[in-house]
Ligand binder design. Structure first.
Ligand code: SGN
Ligand code: CA
Length: 521
């Protein structure tokens, strides 16, 4: 009898262990162009690339609302923002909702979430969690633990988040399969790398995007009123760490008092001796500004380079830590039975249109990086251009772990894509809806439709439409909405948009959509 019980126990452990583990690594604002698997011209990310080399690189993964909290609520629920309730960065996620991690728990998975959370309510559905409050800090970050206490931990955010994740892996219940959500803070604004990477990046020069010096002439209201400009909105002291003392006698660069307070606060977090060394390196920026007193284009040229130096140095810290996770899997015999995913909560402007930040439905911010390794299921070095969306993540996780996908989830599993069974999902258009209109970057709310070739966007509060031909104009520079030869496509796409809005049960804006402000020409 004892023997039988033992055999049953062993067989249930083996069966449980056969179900794959998942490690989902999501960074914050990491644009695909800043990953060398996608683009070799900006930087090198050998560890992140390893996931793509040993698995699949998806070149057309998109989000449904390009901003942090909404993307995270979509990950948990498989639903667009209007259904999961988190339309902007200020809304609390209703933690009593059923979520993908809760469903995984019910089937015997151990679940853990470590790092950025940004959904305001405390996490539920995780056997273990430890989160950054709000956006979190890079140096000496505070964490909220499961008892609700806040503890400040010594070190740099990317390293600590990884330490915590590896330590959870060490002490997890090894009889159960697991899903680990490892959410980095980097490379989010204020892009603040650790000393080693500042040293490596501060003398590098990066290629400028073709539209860095573009202005808003000829564009619609949304382009004209956005505040995402590197030249006029990105701050020299807080964003680019120029000591205010270098700017006192340059009237057009002189920071206001809030900016000086912020600069001192972020600097003061860095322990010595690194703080002085970092200040020393950044003093080169201040001295250069004093010497050249640049304005306009010349100033933008420098700001762009410094933005890239700091942003890509933060990316390097993420890459190093992705390497640590992969090494841990190798050393603990977990590589074979663990699906590893690398992605970001959305894309990010890296100087295109002269911008930083995200929010817009343009591909630059709507698209996000996605690569997946799953030995034995995904062929190494696969590249797929199938259109997938972040509403599909939850259904995919459920599918991979052997659960049914509830009908209230709006996405579909993309397992057939990554395992090579299908070339595309039967879904010709993706839906998008951005809502947040706040002092942060003032992007006008819009909804829209992305097809294989065309993209239609409706900025409904100003009644303006934009239509792009992504084949001829991948950078979305030429709005074709008034072009006579595109009127048929406009009306077709508009019908599809209304159909998709109704299909996803979005009621804002409801009814027929007006054709927009008539051309003045
Ligand atoms: C902060 C940033 C914004 C950024 C939002 C949202 N401002 O408010 O630039 O768009 O976060 O980012 S900053 O003054 O703190 O830099 S998100 O990734 O959380 O959506
Ligand atoms: Ca983000």
């Amino acid at each position: 009898m004892r023997w039988l019980v033992f055999c049953l126990f062993v067989s249930s452990v083996t069966a449980a262990q056969k179900r794959p583990n998942i490690i989902y690594i999501m960074s914050d604002d990491h644009d695909a162009n800043a990953i060398s698997a996608y683009n070799k011209k900006l930087t090198s990310t050998p560890n992140i690339d390893r996931i793509a080399n040993e698995g699949i690189l998806l070149t057309r993964c998109f989000v449904g609302n390009s901003i942090c909290s909404p993307a995270r609520a979509t990950l948990l629920t498989g639903q667009h923002s209007h259904k999961n309730g988190v339309k902007d960065n200020f809304t609390h996620f209703d933690s009593s909702r059923i979520t993908m991690p809760k469903l995984l728990q019910q089937t015997g998975y151990q679940t853990a979430l470590i790092g950025k959370w940004h959904l305001h309510s405390y996490p539920t559905g995780f056997d273990y969690w430890k989160i950054l409050p709000g956006q979190g800090q890079y140096f000496e970050p505070a964490f909220i633990n499961m008892t609700g206490d806040t503890v400040v931990q010594h070190g740099y955010a990317s390293n600590i988040i990884t330490d915590e994740a590896l330590s959870w892996l060490d002490r997890r219940d090894k009889t159960k399969p697991f899903v680990l959500f490892l959410h980095h803070k980097a490379p989010h604004r204020y892009f603040f790398p650790p000393l080693t990477y500042i040293e490596q990046f501060h003398k590098k020069t990066f290629p400028e995007p073709a539209t860095l010096y573009a202005d808003t002439t000829g564009h619609g209201s949304a382009w004209r009123i956005q505040t995402m400009s590197i030249l006029t909105v990105m701050k020299l002291c807080s964003d680019l760490k120029v000591d205010p003392k270098y700017l006192d006698d340059i009237p057009w660069l002189k920071p206001d008092s809030a900016e000086v307070v912020y600069y001192n606060a972020i600097m003061d977090r860095i322990p010595q001796p690194d703080r002085d060394k970092i200040k020393e390196i950044y003093s080169e920026r201040g001295k250069l500004l004093q010497r050249l007193k640049p304005k306009g284009k010349e100033l933008l040229k420098w700001k762009y380079q410094w933005y890239m130096q700091d942003y890509l140095a933060c990316v390097a810290s993420v890459d190093e830590n992705v390497g640590r996770v992969l090494k841990y899997l190798d050393e603990n015999d977990l590589t074979k039975n663990t699906m590893v995913i690398y992605t970001s909560d959305q894309g990010m402007y890296l100087g295109e249109n002269g911008w930083f930040d995200k929010r817009f439905m343009y591909d630059k911010s709507m698209r996000t990086a996605l690569m997946i390794r799953w030995p034995g299921h995904i062929r190494p070095k696969t590249i797929s251009d199938a259109m997938v969306q972040n509403i599909d993540f939850a259904p995919t996780f459920l599918n991979v772990t052997g659960s049914d996908v509830p009908t209230w989830m709006q996405g579909v599993s993309f397992v057939p894509i990554i395992t090579g069974k299908k070339k595309s999902l039967d879904r010709p258009y993706l839906y998008y809806h951005y809502y947040e209109f706040s002092t942060d970057h003032t992007v006008i709310p819009h909804l829209g439709l992305r097809g294989e070739r065309y993209k239609l966007i409706y900025f409904y509060t100003v009644n303006e439409w934009e239509l792009y031909d992504l084949k001829n104009d991948p950078n979305e520079q030429h709005n074709l909405i008034r072009s006579p030869s595109y009127q048929e496509i406009f009306s077709q796409m508009k019908k599809e948009l209304i159909k998709l809005r109704d299909h996803y049960d979005d009621h804002e804006p409801a009814g027929e959509l007006p054709d927009g402000t008539p051309s003045k020409k």
